[in-house]
Design a protein around this ligand. Structure first.
Ligand SMILES: Cc1cc2nc3c(=O)[nH]c(=O)nc-3n(C[C@H](O)[C@H](O)[C@H](O)COP(=O)(O)O)c2cc1C
Length: 187
């Protein structure tokens, strides 16, 4: 049975380079794993405990939770907005962190990578994402890291899947995340 890795992207823009990284990860997944790019984060309302009640959860949030429940691992792609995690990704993490103690991350492996325009590739945002998703119940694989600087210029003409260095790095990221699922199952 194929390992299902759910990709969540913290940028909503059509030409997002983080989205392109996720598209590349879909193509570069090793045999026995599939990376599924989650569509629909734009429709998820801001987290609000008043609506997170039986019969009140918005469809878009319920769909996100369902997709996450069906995943074996998560690959999060974050750009950096003003030195930290973009709201869209934090909002998804917040929805997936509840019900408290029974959220969909459920101890499953999570890796966080991304690209940003700045010289550090969004490392602050990716570190903050690791912190949040770990508190939300994910098993963060701390040593899987990839922060690609200069997104706007590096990927101006070249899709990440056609950038040999990035494609090799992504291949390793997905393979290692996949390997962590195996370890979690064998343990
Ligand atoms: C609101 C906003 C804040 C930003 N803040 C940062 C930042 O703190 N550090 C950084 O490296 N880039 C920052 N950028 C530039 C983004 O890294 C760049 O737009 C990146 O390509 C966004 O990712 P995307 O291509 O996936 O949309 C910011 C962009 C926006 C729109």
């Amino acid at each position: 049975m194929s390992v299902r890795i759910l990709a969540l992207v913290g940028s909503l823009r059509a030409g997002s380079h983080n989205r392109q990284l996720a598209e590349a990860a879909v193509k570069l997944a090793p045999e026995g794993a599939e990376v599924v790019l989650y569509e629909g984060l734009a429709d998820v309302p801001f987290y609000n405990e008043d609506i997170d009640v039986e019969g009140g959860v918005p469809d878009a949030a319920a769909k996100l939770r369902e997709a996450a429940q069906g995943a074996d691992a998560f690959l999060l792609f974050s750009p950096e907005y003003n030195g930290t995690i973009p709201a869209v990704l934090k909002n998804a993490i917040d929805w997936l962190s509840r019900p408290y103690g029974a959220g969909a991350f459920g101890g499953k492996p999570v890796a966080v990578i991304g690209t940003a325009f700045g010289q550090y590739g969004g490392v602050w945002a990716q570190d903050d994402t690791r912190k949040a998703v770990g508190i939300a119940g994910g098993k963060v694989i701390e040593d899987i890291k990839l922060s690609i600087p200069g997104s706007v210029t590096r990927f101006a003409e070249t899709h990440p899947v056609d950038d040999a260095e990035v494609a090799a790095q992504l291949t390793e990221v997905v393979a290692r995340l996949h390997g962590n699922v195996g370890e979690a199952t064998a343990a």
